[in-house]
Design a protein around this ligand. Structure first.
Ligand code: KG4
Ligand code: ZN
Length: 365
């Protein structure tokens, strides 16, 4: 049996500057020795969304102190590490560059391997931080930047079953909140107001539900809600009703597509089914209970990582590094890796059938 593996993970692809030190035992069990997540929400809130230049600068200001604090909290020296893993895409490229270059510099100075990690692989493996969660499983990743179904059959074995063709679900929440001026990030604000609202008051669209397949779309919903805001002088109750109607539309779209995704997944893998939901939108209680009902009806178990590991964090990046190290996939080429603003998990599917943004830079998601 080999020794435990100790990895420093760094995450800077959006608006969280995060670091974590994690130990993975040969049996796959994981101990997080220390982790820090510094959110930049206050810096972006005045703009109602993440501003890439502000994010990159804020990461550059704070990354070294976040990493130093995490190493100290975990009583780990660079010399104790087996490798340094950093998100190297996809994401806002300025932030990705900051985290990746910091990781490379530390790796070079400490003479350790640098492990470039796909942020989406981090999310895909995140349930394994707290739970053995054996492969295979079906992942629904719903965050501010991503909304996709991925069949996870093993480390590095990801098949995209469906994806949004425009906005991510979290982005849709953020855009409604911006239109209503109720705060950023939008999801928690919309969820709070929706509690006192009537979800049946506004008949909002459920895009792509009447079409077969697992792709999703949320841009039309955003436009429909913006028209209502423009046309009606909404009072407090009206705002709550719109939030409730909007949330119900997203919950219904996600749960119906999840029902279909489970059928497709189970057709290929008829054993015990695990449905993992990750990403910030997984924090939404009404979406979570809708997904739970769908999972139960399909005889599947719903696994949602604890909230701090559902949203962006570095423990999932360190775990992806540790799993890669344990599988013998880490070599000395990491330092030469170029950051990738777009880096689909399922490259073959993204090339053959880009869900959106197929343009000259390649598939976006
Ligand atoms: O995973 P995450 O922290 O960052 C990435 O986008 O990668 O997800 C943030 C997103 C935001 O769009 C936020 O509005 C949404 O997750 N979100 C929620 C809730 N909490 C966060 N959406 C709906 N309901 C919530 N309670
Ligand atoms: Zn993320």
């Amino acid at each position: 049996m080999s020794d435990p593996i100790c990895i420093l993970g760094i995450e800077t692809s959006c608006d969280e500057t995060a670091a974590a030190v994690l130990r993975r035992a040969p049996d796959g069990s994981v101990t997080i020795l220390g982790e820090t997540v510094h959110s930049q929400i206050d810096e972006h809130a005045p703009y109602g969304g993440v501003v890439p230049e502000i994010a990159a600068r804020a990461h550059a200001d704070i990354a070294d102190s976040v990493i130093a604090k995490t190493l100290q909290d975990s009583q780990t020296e660079l010399a104790d590490l087996d490798g340094i893993a950093a998100t190297s895409g996809p994401g806002l490229i300025g932030g990705v560059m900051v985290g990746m270059m910091t990781g490379k510099a530390l790796a070079l100075a400490a003479d350790k391997p640098f492990i470039p990690i796909n942020h989406l692989e981090g999310h895909a493996l995140s349930p394994r931080l707290a739970d053995p969660c054996p492969f295979p499983y079906l992942l629904l990743l719903v965050s501010g930047g991503h909304c996709q179904f991925i069949s996870v059959s093993g480390l590095g074995q990801y098949q995209r079953l469906g994806s949004t063709i425009d906005d991510a679900a979290g982005e849709a929440f953020d855009k409604l909140a911006k239109t209503l001026g109720i705060g950023f990030p939008g999801g928690p604000a919309v969820e709070r107001l929706a509690m006192n609202g009537d979800a049946k008051r506004f008949p909002l669209p459920r895009p792509l539900l009447n079409r077969p397949g697992l792709d999703m779309s949320f841009a039309g919903l955003k436009t429909a809600a913006a028209r209502i805001v423009e046309a009606e002088d909404l009072d407090t109750q009206g705002v709550a009703d719109l939030c409730a109607s909007y949330q119900a539309s997203i919950a219904e779209s996600l749960s119906e597509k999840t029902r279909r995704a489970l059928l497709e997944f189970q057709a290929g893998d008829p054993g015990e089914t695990r449905l993992v939901v990750a990403g910030g939108v997984a924090a939404n209680q009404s979406i979570r209970s809708a997904l739970n009902a769908v999972a139960e009806a399909a005889g599947a178990t719903l696994i949602a990582p604890p909230l701090r590991h559902c949203t962006d964090n570095a423990a999932m990046i360190a775990l992806a590094g540790a799993e890669r190290f344990a599988a013998g996939l880490v070599d000395d080429t990491g330092l030469a890796f170029s950051a990738r603003p777009r880096w689909p998990l399922d490259e073959a599917r993204a090339k053959a059938d880009p869900a959106y943004g197929g343009g000259k830079h390649g598939a976006k998601a």
